[in-house]
Design a protein around this ligand. Sequence first.
Ligand code: UTP
Length: 272
Amino acid sequence: MKHVDVAVVPAAGLGTRMRPATRAIPKALLPVVDRPAVQHVAEEAVRAGVSEVVFVVDLGVGSLIRQHFTNGEPLEGLEDLEIRIAVQEEPHGLGHAVLTAREVIGDRPFFCLLADNIVRPGADVLPALVAASDGGSVVSLREVGPHMLDRYGVAVPGDRRGAELEVIGAVEKPGIEHAPSNLGLVGRYLFTSDILDALAGLEPGHGGEIQLTDAIDSVARQGKCRGVVGEHDLLDIGIPLGLLEAAVVLGLARPEFRDDFITFLRSLEGLR
Ligand code: UTP
């Protein structure tokens, strides 16, 4: 695949694990250092060559997200980014959220970036997904520990060469008992419109939700899915400890206050 110019960012989840922060403010607008999660994600998409981002949000949140990107002076680096909003009226699951963007996406290939996962500085994965595509979908994978196998979708691996492999199936949150591998799906995807066709035909799966993993399983079984195993995990701001870690990691990457921040961290009692 040569170029992907549009990204879907599902951001309509309930964010219950971040209550009470998310009672009035959507998770995707929680700040990490000095900008909301959605801006970190949009910046990552733009670094990969995207010129249009479709945020999937629940009723009422679209205008807040649009305001963030359009109020006042254009955001540095995002001046030419087109912001689109798709409304998921009920939170029927991540797969349902992606399907909500179908009208805007049409039959274009697209990236999908989960709004509550932020990449570590210097660890972008989207270019590797494009490089690995033979015209079909590519998912970002990471080797996860046994206790994480009930928190991720998990890939059924086919032939592997280095970091790239054929994906021949996928299972949502299988747990250690049923996991087909230790390769978790980590919130970054390159999809062709096959995934939208698969999603449109799905019945609710795990947890009664329309599961993106089930659609990945469907295209994988047709031999149309590859995977790239990355070394770094994403920062999960959907849980309190993850939000704290994200603030520290992204804060340490800011040269203008890195030294002062390190001095502060070193001054904390009990850290040595
Ligand atoms: P999560 O399951 O992590 O998000 O979904 P959640 O539902 O907000 O979290 P909790 O469990 O209540 O704390 C992963 C991504 O999919 C989006 C979320 O916004 C998040 O970016 N999502 C999930 C939707 O857009 N719609 C849905 O119906 C479900």
